[in-house]
Design a protein around this ligand. Sequence first.
Ligand code: FAD
Length: 362
Amino acid sequence: MPTIVVLGAGVSGLTCALELAKQGGHDITVVAKHMPGDYDIEYTSPWAGANVLPMALDKDSWWERRTWPVLRRLAKEVPEAGLHVQTARVLRREKDVTTGLKAALADGLFQFDPWYKEVMDNFREIPANELPKGMHSGCEFMSVCINTTIYLPWLVGQCAKYGVQFKRCVLKHISEACSLSHTGKKADIVINASGVLACKLGGVMDKAVYPARGQIVVVRNEAKGFMPTSSGCDDGDDEIMYVMQRALGGGTILGGTYMKHNWDPNPDPNIAVRIMKRAVEAHPELTDGKGIEALSIIRHGVGLRPAREGGVRVEKEKIDGTWVVHNYGHAGWGYQGSYGCAEKVVELVDEITKQERRQSKL
Ligand code: FAD
């Protein structure tokens, strides 16, 4: 029975632990500095909206393609997981189209004739007469919004059901994970799902990883009907606009920013005002046309998306004699790619296990 230690209890680590545990035949321990329930600048997952707005270009879309059917099923069939179905509305501004659509948030989302039109249910181009002023074009499709304060604990519960054990630990070096299994045995395989801290973790120190700072405002007001996002805004290249209403009373997330290499954990009050103004302009129904004064704020927040030059890292590597399977660097799509990445992690773990078994028979 291979002994596996998963480093990280964000959406990436928990989804891997769950998918490995469902396979059976492993002893799995999740070790992490932060667990669901914590709010910390080093722990990205609780801060996410989170919804599904396909972000990759077609060539890199595998993770999102594989994840969407699972999230859709959870939203439709497993209410206690904290997801619900919502319509996404993606809008291209006139001025962004004329300057080549270089959106901060995503390469693939605002493309014309996107790959995801075949994947997302109820996809439709928005007719010109339905477009808000200043918009060149846009589309709508069925998406989901995840209440992360419910979904992350739900993942923990699912893991526990399949026998996964949890431990709080702070690691300086990835190799320390080898001695942290609840079984007392040395780990055969370590899964590295350390998020943005992959750039600081000994033995990994991936300098391609950097934060893309996302500031949000969570409000009680309801965003009835749809989740809008646009290809840009007039407040700067690293500011963006999106609105999403979480399931099960989780409030509505107003975003945001995409500030590369910015580690600032404190919400900036000026940015917060701009976020609220943009949201209310794009979705006046939020305050029944009464402006930002009528927003009822639950909290301001900042999360650091774990971005990576060259994209996500899902691969195996031997470090100090132990197999490590990396799964980090998901930037702004950690939820909507989580099951695709976990599927690949399971495949790599199987490969390693078979290889080790073959070698031990020699
Ligand atoms: P994390 O959640 O950061 O987890 C890392 C884990 O590793 C933690 O448990 C941490 O304690 C542990 N760890 C790291 N180093 C150590 C160490 N040395 N010792 C012990 N433990 C360690 N994604 C979407 O799909 N859809 C969205 O709508 C969306 N919206 C977003 C909005 C905002 C504002 C932000 C900030 C992000 C958004 N994202 C969204 C992105 C998504 O949140 C991230 O991609 C995802 O949460 C990354 O998860 P992770 O598990 O890789 O990292």
